[in-house]
Design a protein around this ligand. Structure first.
Ligand code: ARG
Length: 255
């Protein structure tokens, strides 16, 4: 029995190794870098009019693949299963999805260096009809968050104890629809996505009150993978050549 278990364990990990690349060498061997992303998060990843997934993160991932000499394959994965299961299970080689670097997450995955400074903010209906403000008017309010995001984590830590009720959405767009309909007082989201929404849908949404928390985005890899170091090299190259700045100008609305 013991031997049988050992054999299946060895076989199991051999199969996992064959199916899922973890290291630079494995990615190079299979000739493709598989990126997992939740493409509902403009301007970092979203579907364009042509149905293609595009955005700031996608261009950075393309540069990482290019430096490795492989092609990039993009897989759409809902944020709830992307972080961290899609990465830890090896379903994808890498995840980029405006993913905030946290100590908790860093226990199970490896992050690149930070590549973008962001913040959690309150999104309300254009004109802020309820005069929502943070930290003043949280008590007794229903506030929306996206499942498994740092918005949910920070809301659980800071807003619940102050008497807010949280409404959890799998899909960020459903939360936005509820903001528009007045079903939640505010939705927590990432600052650059709010700036983008304001540009695309003028007058419909705005930020209310102060930023809740500053954070940094990182590229995500399987724990201990040398792909993280490779990604850092690409990031340094993009910054030194001015390409990083060009990508910022192309995709991200500057406040
Ligand atoms: N920055 C937040 C986090 O890491 C939210 C990211 C949501 N990204 C997305 N593509 N829906 O938890």
């Amino acid at each position: 029995m013991k031997r049988f278990l050992m054999v299946t364990a060895v076989l199991g990990s051999a199969l996992a190794g064959a199916a899922h690349a973890t290291t630079v060498a494995e990615v190079k061997k299979k000739g493709v870098l598989v990126l997992g992303t939740d493409p509902t998060f403009a301007p970092f990843e979203f579907k364009g009019a042509d149905g293609q997934i595009q955005g700031f993160d996608i261009d950075i991932a393309r540069a990482v693949a290019k430096d490795l000499g492989v092609r990039l394959e993009i897989r759409a994965v809902g944020f709830g299963s992307l972080m961290p299961q899609a990465v830890t299970s090896g379903r994808v080689d890498m995840a980029m999805s405006g993913i905030t670097i946290t100590d908790e997450r860093a226990k199970v995955v490896s992050f690149s260096q930070p590549y973008y400074r962001s913040a959690q903010v309150f999104i309300v209906r254009g004109g802020n009809p309820g005069k929502f403000a943070w930290p003043a008017s949280v008590k007794g309010k229903v506030i929306g968050v996206q499942a498994n995001t740092t918005g949910q984590f920070v809301a659980t830590d800071l807003l619940k104890p102050r008497g807010a009720t949280l409404k959890v959405y799998d899909d960020f767009a459903a939360g936005l629809a509820d903001v528009r309909a007045g079903r939640v007082a505010a939705l927590i989201g990432d600052a650059p996505t709010v700036a983008d929404l304001k540009k695309r849908l003028p007058g419909q949404f705005e930020q209310a009150g102060k930023d809740l928390a500053a954070e940094d985005y990182g590229m995500v890899f399987r724990k201990g993978s040398d792909l993280a170091a490779a990604a850092n090299k690409t990031l340094a190259r993009l910054k030194a050549s001015g390409e990083y700045q060009k990508l910022l100008n192309r995709w991200i609305v500057q406040k």
